[in-house]
Design a protein around this ligand. Structure first.
Ligand code: SF4
Length: 408
């Protein structure tokens, strides 16, 4: 909730994809990661983190990949450097290190020491869990590690991904997490986007063992009633889907860095909250959002490039993020409005090919910018999850939060 509530705040956080490598081969991987994928010297990231100054740095640093815990010493060092600069750190992991054979009842999962130290150095730890990850790392192994971390008071969450509101897997796994962790661990539920390996892979949902529906488990609105088994009858038709999300560089959500839910006509306003947090890509290039196509393709469109971690400092990147007229207009009106384009042209696609002069910085424009930002802030973390995640599950981001709204 706290992290997502910051999502529309420009330069409140920075994402750092510290390696594209990953030992897992999840079929839906948005970054197309492999064990030998690109990886650049850690000094690039370390140098940039070293430019954060207390009171002037980002409030949050999110370490992603690939699999950031393939570089546990770098992750730990970045978390410690960020802390000296006044920032908190979050790590998002695919849990490759979880023991394949979970400990016996009452036992505690062993976490490799260097990875354990990196997790310890971070303020928040989030595990990716979805049907495709479960083909690589058993759910019970992930749960065992999360249990061990929770027992020592670690602040945790899950990033859960499915094919949409009617996906029976989502109903099953969210109920299992709630049951296992007694509603103390929040989860952000997103949708698989057509990006990375998911762009070309046949994403038939893996067949998981039949799991009994949890007693007292919550059936998400829009999810099919009855058994949670993977062999359940097909889900009823989902409500009209918003444009498919376009992937992520391991962002705050597995589905975030894409278009928000919404409809529109030609040139309609649909603000992009993603144009708020700078993203440091695998090679150190800093982009204005973490849309995977933006992060991956070179050259980065001029209006979406904020600099390079090897040469620029945080203050410069932050100023570019805050002051760019095009980025401010993207955050206020979105790309379709800026380009006068119809929705069918594609939200992020329109943005990537945008070629417009920055709108004039009039008092009215500044007023509109504040209004849109404040509307999104008023929606809080749940509002963000509703807009960019999988809406029937948006309330799950508040599990365990001290100000959780119990009147769902
Ligand atoms: S609309 Fe532009 S800034 Fe927003 S996520 Fe898409 S590509 Fe990034």
């Amino acid at each position: 909730m706290d992290i997502l509530a910051l999502r529309p705040v420009p330069a409140a956080a920075v994402l750092m994809a510290i390696t594209r490598r990953c030992p897992l081969r999840c079929r839906h991987c948005s970054t197309g990661s492999l064990p030998a994928s690109e990886e650049h010297p850690g000094e690039i990231f370390q140098r940039f983190a070293g430019t954060f100054a207390p009171g002037d740095g980002p409030r949050l640093v999110m370490l992603t990949g690939g699999e950031p815990l393939l570089r546990p010493r770098l992750a730990r060092s970045l978390a410690e450097t960020a802390a000296r600069g006044g920032a908190r750190t979050m790590i998002l992991s695919g849990m490759f290190f979880a023991p394949r054979v979970p400990p016996a009842a009452g036992g505690v999962a062993r976490i490799p020491p260097a990875i354990d130290a990196a997790i310890d150095a971070a303020d928040h730890f989030s595990a990716s869990l979805d049907a495709f990850h479960e083909e690589e790392v058993p759910r019970e192994s992930v749960f065992a590690v999360m249990r061990a971390l929770l027992a020592r008071g670690k602040d945790l969450s899950f990033h859960v991904t499915g094919t949409g509101p009617g996906d029976p897997y989502l109903r099953d796994v969210t109920a299992a997490i709630r049951r296992e962790f007694g509603d103390r661990v929040p989860m952000l539920v997103g949708r698989v986007g057509a990006v990375g390996r998911a762009r070309t892979a046949a994403l038939a949902i893996p067949s998981l063992p039949s799991l009994p529906a949890a007693a007292g488990s919550e059936a998400a609105p829009g999810a099919p009633a009855g058994t949670a088994s993977r062999t359940a009858p097909p889900a009823p038709p989902a409500p009209p889907a918003p444009p498919a999300p376009a992937g992520t560089a391991g962002a705050v959500t597995a589905s975030e860095a894409g278009p928000p839910a919404g409809t529109g006509t030609a040139g309609s306003a649909l603000p992009c909250a993603m144009a708020a947090w700078p993203a440091v890509g695998f090679d150190g290039t800093i982009t204005a959002c973490c849309n995977q196509d933006v992060v991956d393709h070179r050259p980065v469109p001029g209006h979406l490039r904020l600099g390079h971690a090897g040469t620029d400092d945080w203050d410069t990147v932050r100023r570019r993020c805050l002051e760019s007229g095009v980025l401010r207009a993207l955050r206020t009106y979105g790309p379709l409005w800026l380009a006068g384009a119809p929705p069918e042209r594609g939200y992020c696609e329109t943005c990537r090919t945008l070629d417009v002069p920055p709108p004039a910085p009039t008092p009215a424009a500044a007023f509109m910018e504040r209004q849109v930002r404040d509307l999104q802030l008023a929606g809080g973390g749940t509002g963000f999850a509703r807009r960019y995640g999988c809406p029937p599950y948006d309330h799950l981001v508040s599990l365990g939060h001290p100000e959780r709204d119990h009147d769902f």
